[in-house]
Write a protein that binds this ligand. Structure first.
Ligand code: SF4
Ligand code: SF4
Length: 121
């Protein structure tokens, strides 16, 4: 079975919260969390911390993550069955999202013994 895992551009993002040099920041226009390659020191903490493992280490030591293709994600655009959809955060069914996030993240947050830092979305 093949299931695509895609970055959720989390409202409270572990990847941004753990970055020691604040190299992962929210793009105000698209809502995507972007890696500032100039600031990144290649520590990989973000990749180790992402709960769904969608931050990848590049051969040169940096990291790469979904940037929402500047606001028009190709994965959703070209999905032949429409299984992947890009929904603006304001239009997303927030209750459903909150429930899923709670189910997935609550055990992780409990294991870490604390909450998350808001990343500004
Ligand atoms: S890389 Fe992981 S933690 Fe960061 S926004 Fe995407 S899903 Fe959330
Ligand atoms: S690899 Fe780069 S972006 Fe990721 S936590 Fe380290 S410095 Fe931040």
């Amino acid at each position: 079975m093949f299931i695509p895992l895609v970055c959720a551009q989390c409202r409270k993002a572990y990847c941004a919260a753990v970055c020691p040099v604040r190299a992962i920041r929210r793009d105000k226009r698209t809502g995507a969390l972007l890696v500032d390659e100039e600031a990144c020191i290649g520590c990989r903490l973000c990749a180790m911390t992402c709960p769904i493992g969608v931050l990848n280490v590049k051969p040169d030591g940096g990291v790469v993550k979904c940037d929402l293709c500047a606001g028009d994600p190709y994965c959703a655009k070209y999905c032949p069955t429409g299984a992947l959809k890009f929904i603006e955060p304001e239009k997303a069914p927030s209750k459903k999202r909150a429930k899923i996030a709670e189910e997935v993240l609550a055990p992780l947050m409990a294991a870490r013994g604390g909450g998350l830092i808001e990343s500004g979305r």
